[in-house]
Design a protein around this ligand. Structure first.
Ligand SMILES: Nc1ncnc2c1ncn2[C@@H]1O[C@H](COP(=O)(O)OP(=O)(O)OP(=O)(O)O)[C@@H](O)[C@H]1O
Ligand SMILES: [Mg+2]
Length: 361
């Protein structure tokens, strides 16, 4: 009989209030060894506070934290930060300016650089910083310093690594490359990672598990695919891309729109729903003397619309439409160059499997 391993990091019902306001509100999640979880949410939603509590530099008002099933801290008991086997890498990952790269990396290791040559060399090789072993931090670029900071955080083989916006100080063009290299190293080390970011793109690129946070609460958690394709509400959908929203009234669990009827199960008659769809999931067809495509199960009914404006964005074109019935504004993106002049009549369809229907709040 196999016994299930406890998660590497488990956070249970964490709550923290400042001046009576709960900035972390009943937060729970679990991360397995080798998994990268991204705590994602807008500025001020409580991400860093959550991380600081896990690190042990702040205290919760309620809730527990466990590492490998072992209690690290609750409101009575508390293992000090330096004995938690939790590594930290924060936004201002200041390296020690008076120490060369090798000694910076060896800083958290007993016996320092001399006693840990192999580990230091292995990590510096992984982050492609071997030639800079003896350099001082001020001699390195921002990206190079960031790679040394990563090696330093991983050197003591932490059971959990906490990263707070670690890439935000870097040049945009460097970022994706460093993110990918970092991810590969984290996967090889097999540590559990909790990474804070307010960038959906970063979370989608890095995470096995996204914890979507809003006003101190985790509103949805799951794989990037699930958050993108099955958002819990309109705001969750809008966090990952621009969205179109059609508002419609419900009668008999159905709601009528220029694009045909949509199911709105469980929504009371007379109340409104938001139908949410991303711009890349609109389908466009040409107008043939006022005639458009026939309705299909996949795309519903087509609605006639006029082009308001079309712009070329490089990888894709963005076309703004207004439906002829009701003048509903909708944005569509299509790959490549497609720039119909303003006023052009066209037909729009909504991919039904990509429409989300939410009760209006
Ligand atoms: N020590 C403190 N005293 C009072 N309020 C605090 C304290 N620390 C954080 N806060 C408040 O708690 C809220 C959450 O802060 P936190 O730093 O966790 O946000 P965040 O999600 O990390 O935001 P950002 O993306 O901007 O870094 C903010 O409104 C902040 O002002
Ligand atoms: Mg923060």
């Amino acid at each position: 009989m196999s016994v299930k391993q406890p998660p590497r990091l488990e956070v249970q019902n964490l709550t923290r209030a400042f001046e009576g306001r709960r900035v972390v509100d009943d937060v729970s999640f679990a991360i397995e060894a080798g998994q990268v979880a991204c705590l994602l949410g807008p500025s001020g939603c409580g991400k860093s506070t959550t991380l600081r509590i896990v690190a042990g530099v702040d205290m919760q008002d309620a809730g527990r934290i466990l590492v490998d099933g072992q209690l690290i801290c609750d409101t009575q008991f508390r293992i000090p930060p330096e004995r938690r086997a939790i590594g930290l890498m924060f936004q201002d990952f200041a390296l020690f300016p008076h120490l060369p790269v090798a000694e910076n990396v060896a800083f958290g290791l007993t016996g320092g650089w001399r006693a840990n040559r192999t580990r230091v060399a292995e990590l510096l090789d992984r982050v492609k910083m071997s030639p800079h072993l003896e350099s001082y931090p001020h001699e390195l670029s921002g990206g190079e310093q960031q790679r040394v900071a990563l090696a330093r955080a991983l050197a003591p083989r932490p059971r959990v690594l906490l990263m707070d916006e670690p890439f935000s100080g870097l040049d945009e063009r460097l970022r994706d490359g460093i993110r990918d290299e970092t991810l590969a190293l984290l996967k090889d080390e097999g540590t559990a990672v909790l990474l804070v970011t307010h960038e959906p793109h970063e979370a989608m690129r890095m995470a096995d598990l996204i914890l979507l946070m809003r006003d101190g609460r985790i509103v949805q958690q799951g794989a990037p695919y699930n958050l993108y394709n099955a958002p819990v509400d309109r705001q969750a959908a809008a966090f990952f891309s621009d969205v179109n929203v059609l508002t419609a009234r419900v009668e008999g669990a159905l709601t009528g729109t220029p694009f045909g009827q949509f199911l709105a199960p469980g929504v009371p008659d007379g109340s409104e729903v938001d139908i949410v769809i991303r711009p890349q999931h609109l389908k466009i067809d040409f107008d043939r003397a006022g005639q458009g495509p026939a309705p299909t199960a996949e795309n519903g009914t087509a609605a006639r619309a006029r082009v308001v404006r079309a712009r070329y964005l490089g990888r894709e074109s963005l076309i703004e439409f207004a439906t002829m019935e009701g003048g509903i504004g909708l944005n569509a993106t299509v790959p490549g160059v497609f720039l119909p002049p303003p006023g052009t009549p066209m037909w729009l369809m909504l991919r039904r499997d990509r429409c989300f229907v939410f009760p209006r709040r």
